[in-house]
Design a protein around this ligand. Structure first.
Ligand SMILES: NC(=O)c1ccc[n+]([C@@H]2O[C@H](COP(=O)([O-])OP(=O)(O)OC[C@H]3O[C@@H](n4cnc5c(N)ncnc54)[C@H](O)[C@@H]3O)[C@@H](O)[C@H]2O)c1
Length: 248
């Protein structure tokens, strides 16, 4: 796989799988626009990529809940690199963890603001980025969009109800809709739904049939495969990459 001369926009790129995705894409010659709320860290990580001298990286501060900021990120990709060949909607997370809700709190007692955050980041953020990036992809008549789902979306979760809602039916609907719309322009869209991934040590306790959580590289490799020409006949699907948790 080579991404030489291509450009990826990756949200949630300051840490975890978003960062790894940016590093791997650039290592294969691609340029990356890294978007995240965490600008200080983002700048450092982009600098590291640039020092390696392969693909170029730009750090772009962006809250995915803000359509204007999302638009500015995509514009930065077009102005600096001339195209958006890949959009990876990586920014996200479970709202009770991200908003510091105490373990054991029950759904009706958790403030609605926590769930607003969950829906806005995990669903609207992905939706916003697709809406903006597709304008450019339509013009190019090419492009790949990867949405991030989660096994938690497939299973349901008693407390992370917004996360689960956003990462399952919503992401499937968004992915299929974008794939249907994009196909006339040669644009593909897939959803990747990981099981537990070791971006945090705590994920090791989540059971899988294979008896372990994923190394982040295992998920990123799938995303890059889908983004490359090797994945050229794959669109409109949700790939569960969960070590067999779904069969337990
Ligand atoms: N780690 C897992 O076990 C797992 C499992 C299934 C799905 N996922 C999904 O994979 C994706 C990446 O997960 P990760 O573990 O690498 O996460 P992570 O927490 O390491 O990274 C998420 C990034 O998103 C950024 N972010 C948060 N809110 C944002 C906002 N409003 N605007 C812009 N950026 C924002 C954070 O700053 C962070 O850099 C997420 O969508 C997550 O839900 C993760």
């Amino acid at each position: 796989m080579t991404f030489s001369g291509k450009t990826a926009v990756i949200s949630g790129a300051a840490s975890g799988m978003g960062l790894l995705c940016a590093q791997c894409y650039a290592a294969q010659g691609g340029n990356v626009v890294m978007a995240d709320i965490n600008l200080d860290v983002l700048k450092e990580r982009a600098e590291e990529i640039n020092r390696k001298g392969k693909g170029k990286a730009i750090a772009a501060e962006c809250d995915v809940r803000n359509y204007e900021q999302v638009t500015a990120v995509c514009n930065a990709a077009i102005e600096n690199f001339g195209s958006i060949d890949l959009l990876v909607n990586m920014a996200g997370g479970a709202e009770t963890r991200m908003r510091g809700v105490a373990a054991g709190a029950e759904f009706p007692d958790i403030p609605i603001e926590v769930y607003d955050w969950g829906i806005d980041v995990n669903l609207k953020g992905q939706f916003y980025f697709a809406h903006v990036a597709l304008k450019q992809m339509r013009e190019q008549k090419s492009g790949v969009i990867i949405n991030l789902g989660s096994i938690t979306g497939e299973e349901g979760c008693a407390s992370n109800v917004a996360y689960s809602t956003s990462k399952s039916a919503a992401m499937n609907g968004l992915t299929k809709s974008l794939a249907k719309y994009g196909s006339q322009y040669g644009i593909r869209c897939c959803c990747v739904s990981p099981g537990p991934v070791l971006t945090r040590p705590g994920m090791a306790s989540m059971k899988t049939a294979l008896g372990r959580a994923a190394d982040p590289q295992e998920i990123v490799d799938m995303i890059l495969y889908l983004a490359s020409d090797k994945g050229s006949f794959i669109t409109g699907i949700n790939i569960l990459i969960d070590g067999g948790r779904n069969i337990l």
